[in-house]
Design a protein around this ligand. Structure first.
Ligand SMILES: [Ca+2]
Ligand SMILES: [Ca+2]
Length: 215
């Protein structure tokens, strides 16, 4: 069960970040036109530690839980259902113990690609959780910057600082308010996604990562 989403936030519609039209062709909450290369539904209920994409690219996934805060029954596993309107996302879930605790998922690609994918439920509960995503990527070991224009935010999150997406409002489990789509402007071969909480809240929080697409 994914129970941390608060009641649907109220709302004033907030314009998503402006994107170059050749980067993303769909609205917030869904990755654009490139074909689905990895549909996580094929690994529902499991941790997909190594997968072969539709085009043959092999993607290896590793989990890191340096503070021992991950929810063992959810962290890195593909959710067996639909949440935030999208089916079968990989879940990052934790019960942080101290301000700044985090978990990490690292995706390593056998050949460089420029993927896009949608985060689910990156949100903030007033006086409780604050999902903070530090997204770093490299090509041959060299960092590839992820600019503000490369992340189409939802109304419950915003880009805050370099490669950082942070929750600013609560998103219900059936809404797209906490969804945000990342589109890489150039090739990468490694993506590290760190789920952190900078609030003093101690308790359960989660985010999701939907299908990977690239041309
Ligand atoms: Ca799917
Ligand atoms: Ca969340």
């Amino acid at each position: 069960m994914l129970t941390s989403g608060a009641a649907v936030a109220a709302t004033t519609w907030i314009a998503p970040s402006v994107l170059a039209l050749d980067r993303v062709s769909a609205a917030v909450g869904s990755c654009g036109a490139p074909p689905v290369q990895i549909d996580w539904s094929n690994w529902a209920g499991t941790f997909p530690n190594s997968v072969t994409a539709a085009d043959g690219t092999v993607v290896t996934i590793t989990r890191n839980d340096p503070f021992n805060v991950a929810d063992a029954g959810l962290f890195g596993l593909v959710f067996n259902g639909t949440t935030s309107t999208l089916d079968n996302p990989i879940i990052m879930a934790m019960e942080n113990a101290n301000n700044g605790d985090y978990t990490t998922l690292t995706f390593s690609f056998s050949t460089p690609v420029a993927p896009c994918f949608t985060f689910l439920d990156v949100d903030f509960g007033n006086g409780s959780w604050e999902d903070t995503m530090l997204i770093t990527e490299t090509l041959g070991g060299t960092p590839v910057p992820l600019g503000t224009g490369d992340i189409a935010t939802g109304s419950a999150n915003t880009v805050s600082g370099t490669n950082t997406l942070v929750g600013i409002g609560s998103a219900g489990n059936a809404s797209t308010d906490g969804n945000a789509t990342v589109t890489y402007p150039s090739d990468i071969d490694t993506i590290e996604i760190r789920h952190r909480d900078d609030s003093t809240f101690i308790g359960f929080q989660y985010i999701g990562i939907h299908d990977f697409r690239w041309c």
